[in-house]
Design a protein around this ligand. Structure first.
Ligand code: ATP
Ligand code: MG
Length: 556
């Protein structure tokens, strides 16, 4: 057994089970996505939890596609789910499908009918809902509750054989119409749906309901700890009732609080709307809270796992701050990202005393946070540079340690320059900044004795490559769009994407690798977008260097 202390209540439960040798010390969890959309950061929490617990206690985790709803499920989703789990760094034991159990589940349903514990009900959905009563009023039996076992067996077989249209009949468990728990008031087990299934094709026209399929699938697989989210707490007595009455493997269900994050939505149904109605470019749009969106944005698997670890396992619903996720990716990229220079809003800087025909290659550390600076790269330098427009002010205030008439600044990894003059167009827009450089001030061999407070980034105009840079902000402008009045889409942030068409980047970035993080000095962390080609480079801003919203969050 592990020496480490348990870090959450689920681990305490498992350690208790292990000390009692429950299930002979075996731990088998499962991650059970419904393949009706792409996975999001909430699923990542569940994945880290299920796989993490199994790893910690020498157990295993099954990947089970909960594909009992034929109309919403697609193979595309199955493939994306597989890819996302692998990318997060987890390996499942068995890959399984609830639909593989359709025959077994049918057999279990028949067994319950034979025990007089399930019946076919011809009532409509409205009639059933009405007869169920309310939490304060007991339900009443429909006329079909008294059917004989023989009748039920025949009718259920006919349901399976396709003799009835959708909705004509359902199979219900016969439990307790007066239970204070509405889930025990003869819940539905099967419904008729003449629909094509992505795996079983047209074999079935009856499909098991979640409550009947999920728990039974757990038992069929001998899952020891079935971890789900809090909304299933009232389903637990039903989960246990089926296991008891069917006398099958006693999997146990445990619940934790689902992850909610501010400034986004997390239900697949809502995310699908954003995709279908083209508010975003797809499931992997870098603004989406999906795993594929985060990956495309430049998030690393380690940063997401770390985030899931930090938020812990709660028993009560809460809203996690998006800035915590951003903190985790910043922390990771600060350690690993290659430092490069990119100018997004360029203005020309000309060094008037730079000898004609001279060219130099400067050296820049790849990463000052890494041991030995992560090696260095070549940065070509010349008399004409691009610098950031905001790094120059015509009338600079006292503490402006960048460029302005008469001011000095260091060009990162290069020389100190002094602004002698500048030019403007008819609209008063600066078109050129004219400087002289101090030849003795070269970085690494500076003998000038001059100290300047500011350092700015630059790109040599002759060597620069151009790139499109996409800057992202929160997808929603309110903390909790789902809880606002009206349609959640009214609260989309209209400025969630800013595209910079012609940024100048240092030539080395022409070789930027997808999947690697880059820090554009003073600008943030960036990664190569899927749309990028060697001829038309495209970068995504993963996250800013600092949390620009920190103050706002504190205010609210
Ligand atoms: P959604 O409401 O987003 O559609 P879901 O619960 O219907 O999610 P499933 O595919 O059924 O999605 O989820 C697979 C697993 O992931 C389940 O065990 C579910 O409890 C868990 N899960 C889903 N959303 C979250 C979340 N926000 N936080 C933690 N776990 C989640
Ligand atoms: Mg679900």
């Amino acid at each position: 057994m592990t020496e480490e202390r348990s870090s959450n209540f689920l681990e305490e439960i498992i350690e208790e089970d292990l000390s009692n040798n429950r299930n002979d010390g075996r731990v088998l969890t499962r991650f059970p996505p419904e393949p009706n959309g792409y996975l999001h950061i909430g699923h990542a929490k569940s994945i880290c939890l299920n796989f993490g617990i199994a790893q910690k206690y020498n157990g295993k985790t099954n990947l089970r596609f909960d594909d009992t709803n034929p109309t919403t499920e697609e193979t595309e989703y199955v493939n994306s789910i597989r890819a996302d789990i692998h990318w997060l760094g987890f390996e499942w034991d068995k890959e399984l499908y609830s639909s593989d159990y359709f025959d077994t589940l049918y057999g279990l349903a028949v067994a319950l009918i034979k025990k007089g514990l399930a019946y076919v009900d011809d009532s409509s959905a409205e009639e059933i809902a009405l007869a169920k009563g309310t939490p304060t009023e007991p339900g009443i039996p429909t006329p079909f509750r008294a059917r004989s076992v023989e009748d039920n067996l025949l009718l259920f077989e006919n349901m399976k054989a396709g003799k009835y249209p959708d909705g004509a009949k359902v199979l219900r468990a016969k439990i307790d119409l007066e239970s204070p728990n509405m889930h025990l008031r003869d819940p539905l087990m099967y419904r008729i749906k003449h629909a094509h299934h992505h795996r079983t094709g047209d074999k079935w026209c009856i499909y098991p309901m979640y409550d009947f399929a999920h728990g039974q699938s757990d038992s069929i697989e001998n899952i020891t700890h079935s971890i789900c989210t809090l909304e299933f707490v009232p389903h637990r007595p039903l989960y246990e009732w089926f296991i008891e009455k069917l006398d099958i493997f006693p999997s146990r269900q445990y619940e934790f609080a689902r992850l909610n994050m501010n400034f986004t939505v997390m239900s697949k149904r809502k995310l699908l709307q954003l995709v279908n109605e083209k508010y975003v470019t797809g499931w992997d749009d870098p603004r989406m809270p999906t795993i594929s969106g985060l990956r495309r944005r430049g998030y690393t698997p380690a940063s997401i796992r770390n985030f899931c670890e930090r938020i812990g396992v709660a028993k009560r619903e809460n809203l996690i701050d998006l800035s915590l996720l951003e903190f985790c990716i910043r922390e990771d990229l600060n350690k690993t990202a290659l430092r490069r220079m990119a100018v997004m809003d360029p203005v020309k800087l000309v060094i008037t005393n730079y000898p004609e025909g001279k060219a130099e290659i400067m050296q820049g550390e790849n990463n000052p946070e890494a041991e030995d600076g992560g090696g260095s790269r070549d940065i070509p330098f010349g008399p004409e540079l691009w610098i950031e427009r905001e790094d120059f002010m015509e009338e600079a205030p006292k503490k402006f340690f960048r460029l302005g008439p008469g001011l000095m600044v260091r060009l990162k990894n290069a020389y100190i320059v002094k602004c002698d003059d500048f030019m403007k167009d008819d609209n008063g827009r600066i078109t050129e900044i004219r400087c002289s450089y101090i030849p003795e001030s070269k970085s690494g061999s500076d003998t000038s004795g001059i100290h300047v407070k500011g350092t700015i980034h630059w790109v040599s105009a002759r060597h620069a490559k151009t790139a499109e840079i996409r800057l992202y902000d929160r997808l929603f402008r309110v903390e909790n769009p789902s809880s606002e009045e009206g349609d959640f889409k009214e609260y989309i942030n209209p400025d969630s994407l800013t595209v910079i068409k012609n940024a100048f980047i240092e030539p080395d970035l022409g070789n930027a690798q997808p999947g690697l993080g880059y820090q554009f000095i003073r600008k943030g962390y960036f990664s190569v977008d899927n749309d990028s080609t060697p001829e038309a480079l495209v970068f995504n801003r993963t996250v800013t260097l600092k949390d620009a919203w920190a103050k706002e969050v504190k205010k609210s």
